[in-house]
Design a binder for this molecule. Structure first.
Ligand SMILES: N[C@@H](CCC(=O)N[C@@H](CS)C(=O)NCC(=O)O)C(=O)O
Length: 242
């Protein structure tokens, strides 16, 4: 039995639906660490709150410590497992990864949410859909369907962010250089969220060859980790929270 316990967000039929949890899955694989998984639905919030005093996952338990926030979990793994592959690369890599962490929260996730939020509902356990609809509609200021309706607009708004990554990837195979590390996991997890959360690709087919190459390479990492769980098609049946 592992002494690491990973509370991971799950959706319909065991789908792994959270970009925040994916980055920790990749971080654990990077360090070749096994963790006991505790699948966690939105409906499990009371358990999460009792455990950690807050409402979000991922959460890692290790040696009696309860660590939450994906950044703090990554830091914990790096500090406690220093003899294993470095998650941040050279010392300055940690500061650079932190910029990606903030950029994902403030720029990349909001851009992708506009492209997937209405489809994503159907990847959730039916019992979590009303909660998701209520909280995300409050966040977006509109129904999920209205918030995502103007796809050409949201694609055009996301494109400059994707182009930043495209240009960075022209020089190196990964965002972190020759080999992937936590900044790659942070950014890829957003695209993994989109892969699992919508049948429509958020990356335009043309003009982003490096992004397509990098995303395929990231999917293949750690024994095709990204393909280990289901995604679309998701059955559009059951309570939808309306
Ligand atoms: N800053 C946190 C954010 C974690 C986060 O937003 N997790 C989502 C995953 S679905 C969550 O638990 N949301 C709970 C909710 O919306 O009530 C981190 O990096 O771990």
């Amino acid at each position: 039995m592992s002494d690491l316990i990973f509370h991971e967000r799950v959706g319909l039929d065991g789908r792994r639906i959270s970009p925040f949890s994916w980055r920790i899955r990749y971080a654990l694989a990077h360090k070749a660490l096994d963790a006991a998984i505790v699948p966690t639905r939105f409906a499990d919030v009371d358990r999460i709150e009792r455990l950690s005093g807050q409402r979000f996952v991922p959460i890692l338990e290790h040696d009696g410590q309860v660590i939450f926030d994906s950044w703090d979990i990554a830091m914990h793994l790096q500090i406690r497992f220093q003899d294993r592959p470095n998650l941040f690369g050279p010392p300055e890599g940690r500061g650079l990864a932190r910029l990606y962490y903030v950029w994902c929260d403030m720029v990349l996730h909001p851009a992708i949410r506009r492209l997937i939020a209405a489809d994503f509902l159907w990847c959730l356990d039916p019992g979590d859909r009303a909660y998701y609809r209520r909280t995300r509609e409050a966040m977006l200021g509109a129904s999920l369907e209205d918030a995502c309706a103007d796809r050409p607009r949201w694609t055009a708004e996301a494109l400059p962010h994707f182009q930043v990554l495209e240009r960075a990837l022209r020089r190196d195979p990964f965002l972190c250089g020759e080999t992937p590390a936590f900044a790659d996991y942070l950014v890829f997890s957003a695209f993994q969220w989109a892969r699992i959360g919508s049948p429509r690709d958020v990356l335009p087919q043309d003009d982003l060859p490096e992004m397509h190459r990098w995303r395929s390479a990231m999917i293949a990492l750690h024994d095709n980790l990204a393909d280990r769980f289901g995604g679309y098609p998701a059955e559009r049946s059951g309570p939808d929270g309306t």
